[in-house]
Design a protein around this ligand. Structure first.
Ligand SMILES: *[C@@H]1O[C@H](CO)[C@@H](O)[C@H](O)[C@H]1NC(C)=O
Ligand SMILES: *[C@@H]1O[C@H](CO)[C@@H](O)[C@H](O)[C@H]1NC(C)=O
Ligand SMILES: *[C@@H]1O[C@H](CO)[C@@H](O)[C@H](O)[C@H]1NC(C)=O
Ligand SMILES: *[C@@H]1O[C@H](CO)[C@@H](O)[C@H](O)[C@H]1NC(C)=O
Length: 614
């Protein structure tokens, strides 16, 4: 146990005391001193079970659970040190070669079921009729909006008191406030997912829940120095696209609570500096950032899968480098995708083993950091911190220069990821190629020129031809962030980006894509009563597949995006109208028939009731 562990423990005990009291934690201006710097896995006692080591290896390789994530989400029955001691004795008693059944027995003896740390929580600020529903005119879409609003109640979780009392018995990272989870196998909070969840909550008038989630993230930066991929200690070596500052901005835009942003500034600056310090790479003489990871070994939550796919590498060193590439791809949120493959010929054809995330300068990460610098400057201007405004404007300017010099590609008409191995742009479609439009990471006086170029790029790549939304890439590999899968946050980035661009043509396409997305999600919902993590570009109403795990339902970011666009397009949007040019499906027609009959029955019923019983 090293010395930086003591303050962490103290902080955790503090959380035990204040865990029920919301808003107790003050993000005062002097909070900088309380930020823990350079926390490593060794600072979490639970990590010796869940992050690395022989116990994790033995259990995960025994192939007991269909999904490797199951084991690392199980609760310890005894303290980590005691468990390790008993594991060592167990291994010795089995001559270091236990059978799978022996391992299962050990797991049953030492672990409780997964997911015992969280209990279902009904958000206390949930409202039956949030005002966004008033904007939705079509009755079926309005009902759907009400259904989605109700799903927040299914996705609410809070940590049991035992978690703050005995944090070492769990892989979960304790946080003071309840959360909305994505759903499905994702039973804890995730970093970038939460941005779209929080926007959806704000539109659903659940400001307390939204604020609580943001405060959780702020407290994590104070304790750990950055925000891990998700709320588990085994994610400790990687973050995700850094959207905390944008969450604060969304909250402040909705509530006008400027003080909240001002009080968060130290933490937001700390996260910004963490990304700059720990992710910087050089390209064409400019500093940019790339995804990376600071842990060793396979991903704990997909351990066996990583060990299996690493078999083609001969040396431990090569395997370790490969694990780093996989975990860096996980940091991007796009795990996995041909976007990260660099083949020996410098192209992206190939398979997972050619993942080279660390050598690719990703457009959206740099755009988001630019945006963060701009927002931090804006929050400082609310507090009249003139020097700080200049400092962060200057940082933003430098990032913008780098984006323009290295990533913008005039000929292609888009921003392109940059390959640091072959020193060349990667001319292959990913929605993030247009992410600078979303966060305005371009020279606004060039809007017309950029609009013309980008619309040509969209046409040349046939991006407007997919009935189920714009796919993540145009290459089919079986990986889940490849064709034909369509992801809600990427539709959001495209649609909001084109809208921001502001030219009539871009706004037209934006509205068409946004409305197509809403209708296609509705079709899937109507058929299955489910909201999915991802959808299928080829089929109107189709939902996604592929990748490492089964299709997930719930689903936090999907619902967030739909609520936002129901609010945005609700007045003009009708599922019976067909502005998209796609033929209405037979089932939609029969639904309309049923709806008509139901309406007539309701009217008739009321008439009879009034006439006979009043
Ligand atoms: C971040 O970078 C700093 C400085 O380069 C380094 O000391 C630290 O260990 C890094 N932190 C993490 C969590 O990787
Ligand atoms: C993946 O690519 C590598 C390198 O080209 C090759 O050796 C391996 O067989 C491929 N694996 C699969 C499953 O196709
Ligand atoms: C933005 O574009 C205008 C007009 O082309 C130019 O004068 C200005 O220097 C540009 N600004 C940046 C930051 O590139
Ligand atoms: C948008 O473009 C479509 C065809 O591309 C056109 O039919 C429609 O009138 C346009 N709408 C607006 C509002 O400009």
């Amino acid at each position: 146990m090293n010395k930086s562990y003591t303050p962490l423990l103290l902080l955790l005990s503090c959380f035990a005391i204040v865990s029920q009291a919301r808003n107790v934690i003050e993000y005062a201006a002097d909070s900088e001193n309380t930020i823990e710097k350079d926390v490593t896995a060794y600072d979490f006692p639970a990590c010796q079970i869940y992050c690395y080591g022989p116990l994790l290896h033995t259990v995960q390789m025994a192939n007991i659970f269909r999904d490797s994530k199951t084991f690392v989400d199980m609760k310890l029955k005894k303290a980590p040190e005691k468990t390790i001691e008993e594991f060592d004795a167990f291994m010795e008693s089995k001559n270091n070669t236990p059978s799978d059944d022996d391992v299962l027995q050990f797991v049953n003896d030492h672990f409780d079921e997964k997911g015992t740390e969280l209990e279902v929580w009904t958000p206390t600020d949930w409202k039956e009729n949030p005002s966004f529903l008033d904007n939705v005119h079509d009755p079926d879409l309005k009902q759907w909006g009400a259904d989605l609003n109700a799903i927040w109640k299914d996705l609410g979780r809070k940590m049991k008191e035992d978690v703050s009392k005995n944090p070492d018995y769990y892989s979960i990272i304790p946080v003071p406030n309840p959360v909305i989870i994505p759903g499905g196998r994702f039973i804890e909070f995730y970093y970038w997912d939460s941005y779209w969840i929080i926007r959806g909550l704000l539109l659903s008038e659940m400001q307390d829940t939204a604020r609580g989630m943001i405060e959780n993230f702020l407290s994590i930066v104070q304790r750990i120095g950055f925000i891990p991929n998700g709320g588990r200690v085994y994610y400790w070596g990687r973050s995700q696209p850094p959207l905390l500052t944008a969450m604060v901005k969304a909250y402040v835009d909705f509530t006008k609570d400027d003080l909240f942003a001002i009080n968060a500034l130290d933490v937001l600056e700390h996260e910004f500096e963490y990304f700059i310090n720990n992710h910087t790479v050089q390209a064409k003489g400019h500093n940019l950032v790339a995804y990376r990871d600071s842990s060793t070994g396979p991903r704990p939550e997909s351990y066996r899968e990583d060990v299996e796919s690493a078999k083609i590498f001969d040396t431990e060193e090569a395997k370790e480098a490969y694990y780093s590439e996989l975990k860096s791809a996980a940091e991007s949120g796009m795990d996995f995708s041909s976007r990260w493959f660099i083949n020996s010929d410098g192209t992206n054809t190939g398979n997972l083993t050619q993942t080279k995330t660390r050598s690719i300068v990703p457009v959206e990460l740099n755009a988001i950091l630019y945006w963060n610098a701009k927002m931090i400057a804006e929050f400082h201007s609310k507090a009249d911190n003139v020097d700080k405004v200049q400092e962060y404007e200057a940082k933003a300017h430098k990032i913008l220069e780098a984006i323009q010099a290295v990533l913008w590609n005039e000929d292609v008409g888009a921003w392109l990821d940059y390959d640091l191995i072959n020193n060349k742009p990667r001319n292959s479609f990913v929605p993030t190629n247009l992410a600078p439009l979303w966060v305005k990471a371009y020279n606004i006086s060039d809007s017309q020129k950029i609009s013309t170029a980008v619309l040509k790029y969209i046409e040349e790549n046939d991006l407007d031809t997919f009935p189920g939304g714009v796919p993540n890439t145009l290459i089919q590999t079986g990986e889940q962030w490849d064709y034909p899968n369509v992801w809600p946050p990427m539709q959001y980035i495209l649609v909001e980006g084109l809208d921001n661009l502001g030219t009539p043509e871009a706004k037209n396409l934006s509205a068409r894509w946004g409305q197509r997305w809403v209708k296609s999600n509705f079709e899937a919902y109507r058929e299955t009563r489910s909201m999915f993590e991802k959808y299928d570009a080829e089929k109107f109403g189709g939902h996604g597949g592929g990748g490492e795990y089964d299709v997930q339902k719930g689903f936090g970011w999907t619902n967030g995006v739909i609520i936002e666009w129901l609010a945005k397009y609700g007045r003009e949007l009708s599922i019976s109208g067909n502005t998209d040019g796609a033929a209405p499906s037979k089932s939609l027609i029969s639904l309309l028939g049923v709806a008509t009959v139901a309406l007539i029955a309701t009217v008739a019923g009321r008439y009879i009731w009034r006439t006979w019983f009043k």
